[in-house]
Design a protein around this ligand. Structure first.
Ligand SMILES: [Cu+2]
Length: 152
């Protein structure tokens, strides 16, 4: 029974993974309609020379479509001073299986021009995932993966 369930979950996962390329839906994001090409973005290594990323979860991230995941993300410089980002988006990726999560209707809200609240997305299974961040600080674009462990 458990094996069958696992197979079913893997099947669902692969269906999502093989679907059409997801479009970035920023209609509900505060940085509306800003089309940014991140193909020439700076890497994590370049980011870490100047800044730190802070990801704070409301509750530990959990697998399943019933668990509402929500996190706050903000940036500081190396002196721990807040740094404002003008745009942020993310997607979910499970590297070990090569598939994404349920993030098509994700909501990214910029609050008080200081931090972003990310919500309305779901992890399809537990274990190691990545948050694939894309954001803009000043005139610099950044794109890198941030690890997240998802509970069962
Ligand atoms: Cu998976």
């Amino acid at each position: 029974m458990k094996a069958k369930l696992t197979c079913f979950i893997l099947l669902i996962c692969s269906l999502f993974a093989c679907g059409p390329e997801k479009t970035i839906d920023n209609r509900r994001a505060s940085s509306d309609s800003m089309q940014v090409d991140f193909s020439d973005a700076n890497s994590l290594e370049q980011f870490q020379k100047k800044f730190q990323i802070h990801v704070e979860w409301d509750t530990p991230p959990k697998a399943g479509t019933k668990h509402e995941n929500r996190f706050k993300v903000y940036f500081t410089d190396l002196n721990n001073e807040l740094v404002k980002a003008s745009f942020l988006d993310f997607s979910l990726y499970m590297k070990m299986h090569g598939h994404g999560g349920l993030d098509k209707d994700r909501i990214v809200e910029l609050v008080d021009d200081e931090y972003f609240i990310c919500s309305n997305f779901y992890f399809t299974m537990s274990d190691a995932w990545e948050l694939q961040f894309r954001f803009v600080i000043g005139n610099e674009k950044y794109a890198f993966d941030h690890p997240v462990y998802v509970e069962d």
